[in-house]
Design a protein around this ligand. Structure first.
Ligand code: CMC
Length: 434
């Protein structure tokens, strides 16, 4: 008998079972031995939204939601945000260790040399409507990348997987910037190989007639910090999508397009866009109490508040708030900051939010920074997707070689009609369908 185990008595049959516990978990499949008779499929656990189900073993990101801890490969997020660069963090996520100087130089060089996309990609993006949402453009364009790299389907080949990893980390910012330029009706700007990752991105976004675009170093660093903070977040909705789609052994471009689609939703990466819309709607600190009352009445949620995992505070939100201050020193104070601060102040004192452990999350202040950088709200989820690409790839790379990984295929509890005979059209009566 294992030293760590769970004894379960099935009161339907009186039978007792010993279930081993490993890493603080029982195996859901161990429940299947509990049957009422030989025809019984066996007991399942029902866990919509995976509230208490570990879907994988992972060595990438650690979160302790109660204590507000986030670490990538063991390194605390605040140390990485203070001392690292986005590409160094991307290396860490993908390879598991911080790079040496030489390793980082090679990694940066390879990523930089993959920033260009095929000219047909440009023509494909030009076909979008002038006002297409940039996230829709990003998702479709990333999916389209798979058609340029048919060898990417060889997901069992380690070298090939790494080549697609370089390409995706490098090309997503190019596509993202071009989506923005498309909305502006401006010519797409090609990557500059002698600029850094964020400097190059800002150049592709904002360069006009000048021969060379130089981003303000404070703004460039702020973006770097935001990219570091958004690089991974363990098994969130989009990472779960990446792993689930990847488990079918499809190429990583198709899987990443699916992950980006999951990120787009307002409850996930789309929340930063919703926060800014909310702040603009409130408009003035005097309207904050009335807005809070409506949230408490259940009319809508306070966007940028609450988290499935963090029940103390979101450590990323703290760093972002400090980053916002440094950005506003350069760009001038965003007038909506006062509304955000007042919203936070009142919410943190209010029993509705305190009792539900609702604190500002990563999306609460990031949008204000993006707006200060001159970005339209539609670009906010795109700004989340750029750095999360490294996290999605790290999750995918880990999953693809996991000997326990099989195609993701949850069970269901069927609650529909029992078998019934087909009804001819003339014998049917109208039934209200939702
Ligand atoms: N405003 C008001 N009430 C809230 C909020 C909110 N933002 N979030 C949760 N609640 C309430 C909810 O109504 C429920 O109350 P009750 O127990 O009375 O029914 C309680 O808190 C628990 O909520 P839940 O929906 O069970 O919590 P969850 O873990 O399923 O949801 C969440 C997590 C992030 C989806 C949710 O807090 C939310 O919708 N927040 C607003 C959207 C947002 O900011 N999303 C960004 C998340 S962080 C970045 C990312 O993941 O991309």
């Amino acid at each position: 008998m294992p030293t760590e185990s769970l004894t379960v008595t099935d009161n339907r049959t009186g039978a007792t079972y010993e279930l081993p516990i490993a890493d603080g978990a029982i195996r859901a499949s161990d429940l299947r031995q509990m049957r009422v008779d030989t025809d019984d499929f066996g007991l399942m656990s029902y866990d919509p939204a995976f509230l208490n189900t570990a879907s994988t073993r992972s060595a990438i990101t650690y979160i302790d939601g109660d204590r507000g801890i986030l670490r990538y490969r063991g390194y605390p997020i605040d140390q990485l945000a203070e001392r690292s660069t986005y590409l160094e963090v991307a290396y860490l996520l993908v390879h598991g260790e911080l790079p040496t100087k030489e390793e980082l130089a090679v990694w940066v060089d390879v990523i930089t040399r993959h920033t260009f996309v095929h000219e047909s990609m440009k023509r494909l993006m030009e076909a979008f409507r002038y006002d297409a949402h940039p996230m829709g453009m990003l998702i479709s364009s990333v999916a389209a990348l798979s058609t340029f790299y048919p060898e990417a389907t060889r997901v069992d080949d380690a070298e090939n997987r790494m080549l697609q990893t370089y390409r995706l980390i490098a090309k997503v910012p190019t596509i993202a910037a071009w989506a923005y330029r498309h909305n502006c009706g401006l010519p797409y700007v090609y990557p500059e190989n002698d600029l850094g990752f964020t400097g190059n991105f800002l150049s592709m976004m904002f360069r006009m007639a000048e021969p060379r675009y130089s981003a303000h170093p404070v703004l460039e660093r702020a973006l770097e910090v935001l990219f570091i903070l958004h690089a991974d977040h363990e098994q969130n909705c989009s990472a779960n999508a990446m792993r689930a789609i990847g488990s079918s052994r499809v190429d990583p471009y198709s899987a990443l397009a699916g992950a980006a689609a999951a990120l787009y939703g307002p409850l996930h990466g789309g929340a930063n866009e919703e926060v800014l819309k909310m702040l603009a709607e409130i408009g003035d600190v005097r309207h904050v109490p009335a807005y809070i009352d409506r949230v408490k009445a259940g009319d809508f949620r306070l966007m940028g508040f609450g988290h499935r995992v963090y029940k103390n505070y979101d450590p990323r939100a703290k760093i972002i708030k400090a980053t916002a201050d440094s950005v506003f020193e350069v760009t001038g104070r965003n007038p909506l900051l006062d509304v955000a601060l007042e919203l936070e102040r009142i919410a943190l004192e209010d029993d509705y939010f305190v009792s539900r452990k609702l604190y500002p999350n990563v999306d609460f202040y990031s949008g204000l920074i993006y707006q200060a950088l001159g970005l339209p709200v539609g670009m906010f989820p795109v700004m989340f997707a750029i750095p999360r690409t490294a996290g999605w790839l790290a999750q995918w790379l880990e999953g693809v070689v996991d000997p326990e990984q099989k195609i993701a295929r949850p069970r269901q509890l069927y609650v529909g009609a029992a078998e019934r005979d087909y009804v001819p059209m003339e014998d049917r009566s109208a039934v209200a369908v939702g």
